[in-house]
Design a protein around this ligand. Sequence first.
Ligand code: HEM
Length: 243
Amino acid sequence: MLAPSSRSAELVAGRRALQEGRLTDVVALSLPCFFARTPEDFLAFTSARKPDPETGQPDLEKVGAWLGEHPEAGTAIQAALSSEPPESYATVLYNSIHAFKWTAPDGTERWVRYRFEPEAGERSLSMEDAKERGRDYLQEEILGRDTAAFRLFAVIAGDGDDPADPTVAWPDDRERVEVGRLELSGPDPEREQGDDILVFDPTRVIDGIELSDDQILRFRPRAYAASVTRRSGAPAPASVGAG
Ligand code: HEM
């Protein structure tokens, strides 16, 4: 799990065949924004929080020093620390973090971020209740469900919202347009090999949607392509990183 807190649930939300069989991936997190602005910062943080082999714990001085140099990480870290364990993956709000430029048929352009609102409502548990449910309660719960559904919104950037900065959460009053619905109807366990191997690439977009210069967004397909190869031994499909 690559969110800054093991408590923040993740959702790889939409993978939809569009435009004559082309695929696009919409990947979202339960945090309102990310903690690193560049891949180098991400790496430095990952090294800083590496557990000390003697104590098994991260060196708080190193983590503190990184945070001191990176005040932009504050919003995401605070959100991760203050979030309660979700009741279910189906009761979490998920954000795309990155912004994408949507162009309308008349040429109008808008920067948007995606937001998946759970139809079951946002519901969390106390830490005690979550512990009582056992280590794998989220996995067990979602696999036991018949369905889980989300309303998909495009949140439109306002004045001053920088589409290339994933560390800033946009204000809550930004206009939201409902653009779709995601319904999960069952697990998809067969996709560990072949052209349709499970790899999520948020830069794999379709016509009319463009990427910003967000350095984290641009870097992610490389990390995910390497990961899928290590995980499965198979190369990532050619479409990964081609976005
Ligand atoms: C430099 C920054 C980042 C790096 C290096 C990175 C790297 C990775 C890697 C290696 C994986 C495992 C992928 C696999 O084995 O298929 C992963 C998974 C994931 N990442 Fe990131 N990531 C980064 C930023 C982000 C951001 C900003 C988001 C926000 C949407 C995000 C969301 C996810 C999710 C939801 C998964 C789970 C995918 C799955 O279940 O297979 N990541 N990430």
